[in-house]
Write a protein that binds this ligand. Structure first.
Ligand code: F6P
Length: 357
């Protein structure tokens, strides 16, 4: 008898279901006696003992379905050691649920915050295997996360659509792309969508450089400019602020997000009309793209192998096209940023894309 707990935590993304299907199909193809406990809404389900017993048939037909059949929620790592409103010790509660159900292991699908808690549970003696989920592609230790390519497709489609309307108007169009503190989605969608300017958190921008790009394009007869800006992009001035000062500035920002702040700065400096598009959570929605279906299936299958071998304490990842296992303690608490010196950025600059610096 193999008892596997499973949960999806943090923001959802495409291919969560595909990855869980991969795990279950992999395990069930080698072992007849499997019980699957699906915890509802992420760590919340583990804390409060909310779960559903699932069988392999619950994982059939979900390869192409977006979202997560288990539901998810954000349970910040920094609050994990803080008792809930009824004084419940969350970590002890999670351990209690795990032991009460006599689980052999817990499969956790999540991004950065999720991995910090997964590692904490490992330190507390639970058998944990994780899968790399996030549209942001910012998990340390893996070249790729599932959800990323699907989000890039959607953000690219948004920029493509902006492109056709942009050619009819002499305007500046700003498309704000998700990605939290990193710029992977913006960089890829920006290049794929032919953006003229790409602004990333990793490369603080100078507004005067952006204005020059707009004016130079106008002089060259290119009446419109498309700017792909990461939601976490930051100006050179703001990058000089201390972390606390910058947080305070963001908290008091009158504009809803960076795209609006940027638009205002461009309007003040040029005679251009500026329009803003924020695709927001559409970037996490819909069916996973074929790449993500394949990638998530591979990750799930590799997790099933570790479960069957009883090898715990790893995140499944991918390096140079090869599936790998990465110790959880190495992953937890680290972000994978865009390297401003990487080949992709150098090549993007070679074709005239400005990074505003
Ligand atoms: O981490 C995925 C992500 O979509 C980020 O790109 C974005 O900053 C954040 O989640 C949005 O979170 P929420 O769904 O909680 O608004």
């Amino acid at each position: 008898m193999l008892r596997i707990g499973m949960l999806t935590s943090g923001g959802d993304c495409q291919a969560l279901n595909a990855a869980m299907r991969g795990v279950v199909k992999g395990v069930c193809s080698k072992c007849d006696d499997v019980e699957i406990y699906g915890f509802q809404d992420g760590y919340k389900g583990l804390i409060y003992g909310n779960f559903e017993m699932l069988s392999s048939k619950d994982f059939s037909g979900i390869l192409t379905r977006g979202g997560t059949i288990l539901g998810t929620s954000r349970q910040p790592f920094k609050l994990m050691r803080v008792p809930d409103e009824n004084g419940l010790d969350k970590v002890e509660a999670m351990k209690h649920t795990y032991h009460k159900l006599c689980l052999d292991c817990l499969v956790i699908l999540g991004g950065n915050g999720t991995h910090k808690t997964a590692n904490l549970l490992r330190e507390e003696g639970l058998n944990i295997i994780t899968l790399p989920k996030t549209i942001d592609n910012d998990l340390w230790g893996t070249d790729m996360t599932f959800g990323f390519q699907s989000a890039v497709d959607i953000a690219t489609d948004t920029i493509d659509r902006i492109h056709t309307t942009a050619t009819s108007h002499s305007r500046v169009f700003i498309v704000e792309v998700m990605g939290h503190k990193v710029g992977h989605v913006t960089l890829h969608a920006g290049i794929a969508g032919g953006a003229d300017v790409i602004l990333l958190p990793e490369i603080p921008y100078d507004i005067e450089v952006i204005v020059d790009v707009i004016q130079n394009r106008s002089k060259a007869g290119k009446a419109f400019t498309i700017i792909a800006v990461a939601e976490g992009a930051i100006s050179k001035e703001d990058a000089k602020l201390k972390k606390k000062e910058y947080k305070e500035k963001l908290a008091n920002r009158k504009d809803p997000s960076i795209a609006y702040e940027l638009a205002e700065q461009i309007r003040e400096r040029t005679d251009k009309e500026v329009r803003i598009t924020v695709p927001g959570h559409t970037q996490r929605g819909g069916s996973p793209c074929p790449f993500d279906r394949v990638f998530a299936t591979r990750m799930g299958a590799a997790a099933s192998e570790l479960i069957l071998k009883k090898e715990y304490g790893y995140m499944i990842g991918n390096k140079n096209g090869k599936t790998i296992k990465v110790p959880l303690q190495d992953v937890a608490g680290k972000l994978k940023y865009v390297d401003p010196e990487c080949g992709l950025i150098k090549e993007a600059k070679m074709v005239g894309i400005s990074f505003g610096s």
